[in-house]
Design a protein. Structure first.
Length: 344
């Protein structure tokens, strides 16, 4: 019932009460002043009841709106299912709170994701520079190209971080293009290997060891396979999956990255397989949640953001990422849709 209907009903009820008491007075010879007093009291009681039913929700809405203005987007107005103007207002406030909470969450996630991604190129760049300084490798053109590529990645990530409009809206536009998969993934694995060489491993015996012992294997078929995707976002996916696989691999373990053609034009099916302890079936639905490190994470120093970032980047493409069945270790399967046909 709308507020207008309630107010109209209030007026009609008050008139009926006054008329009824007046008829009673005429038939019982009751003095008019008593009838007037009773009529006023009855009207006030009914008015108080109706007013309370309207002002109580407004008080709650004021409290919730004040909490939202102070940054608490978790508060919601109870009674949004009312079938009147107050119910519509409550539903609107709850919808506004949902939108503000989503925007705030997206902003924080994007900042955390980019900050986390900064570590990989910095680690690889530092590894190359230290090798050059220590005389382990020569500053040849190939080494310099590797460092330049990492610097370019850093520049792109910083640009994303500083783009306030995209940060505030939680949106990162895709810059898709068609590229050959073999040389692309080969470069990603090379960078991952450089970063892994600087990563402390699991403690054993006298101390920590580096992950130079993990062998990275690339399997692409057919050899001339091409894909249509955002190369930078796909780099985030593969780099984080490989990083996660290396982190959980045993000594002298093997990490395999497979790439196959998908069903649609330009689509891609990727798999990353390691020989680690795997992911228990009960935890597979939670591995892509932010800051979830799982029972097998141990003390590897991970932040629990890698797989969440991979899911985020795959989701931007409209693809799918999941934990697949594997006889040994952990198998992560990624499918990207490729070229999307226009609806027109």
């Amino acid at each position: 019932m709308s507020i207008k209907t309630k107010l109209g009903t209030l007026v009609v009820v008050s008139v009926f009460i006054t008329t009824g008491l007046l008829l009673v007075a005429l038939r019982t010879d009751t003095e008019l002043r008593f009838i007037t007093v009773f009529s006023v009291i009855a009207s006030m009681l009914i008015t108080q009841f109706v007013a309370h039913s309207m002002t109580a929700p407004l008080d709650e809405m004021t409290t919730v709106a004040r909490a939202i203005s102070h940054g608490d987007y978790t508060r919601r107005v109870v009674g949004a299912d009312r079938r009147d103007e107050l119910g519509d207002l409550a539903a609107t406030i709850n919808l506004m709170a949902d939108d503000l909470e989503a925007v705030d969450r997206h902003r924080k996630e994007l900042v955390a994701n980019v900050s986390h991604e900064l570590r990989t190129p910095i680690a690889a760049l530092r590894a190359v520079l230290e090798n050059v300084v220590d005389g382990v490798s020569e500053p040849d053109p190939e080494t310099m190209r590797t460092m330049l590529k990492q610097t370019e990645r850093l520049g792109g990530l910083v640009e994303t971080l500083l783009d306030l409009s995209r940060v505030d809206n939680g949106v990162v536009p895709l810059r898709t293009r068609t590229f050959e998969v073999w040389p692309y993934l080969s470069g990603v694995l090379k960078e991952a290997g450089l970063a892994a060489a600087r990563r402390p491993g699991l403690s054993s015996g006298s101390g920590a060891h580096t992950r130079k012992d993990v062998h990275l294997h690339l399997d692409v078929f057919p050899p001339g396979l091409t894909a249509h995707a955002d190369a930078e976002r796909l780099h985030q996916v593969v780099a984080n999956l490989v990083d996660n696989a290396i982190r959980h691999s045993p000594q002298h373990g093997r990490v395999t990255v497979r790439a196959r053609r998908g069903e649609a034009q330009g689509s891609l099916a990727l798999e990353v397989l390691d020989e680690g302890p795997g992911i228990p079936e009960a935890e597979r639905h939670r591995v892509f949640e932010r800051f979830n490190r799982g029972s097998a994470a141990g003390g590897d120093g991970g932040t629990g953001l890698g797989l969440a970032i991979a899911r985020w980047a795959v989701g931007l493409h409209g693809g799918e990422i999941r934990v697949a069945e594997s006889a040994r270790g952990c198998l992560i399967r990624v499918t990207l849709p490729g070229i999307r046909k226009s609806a027109g």
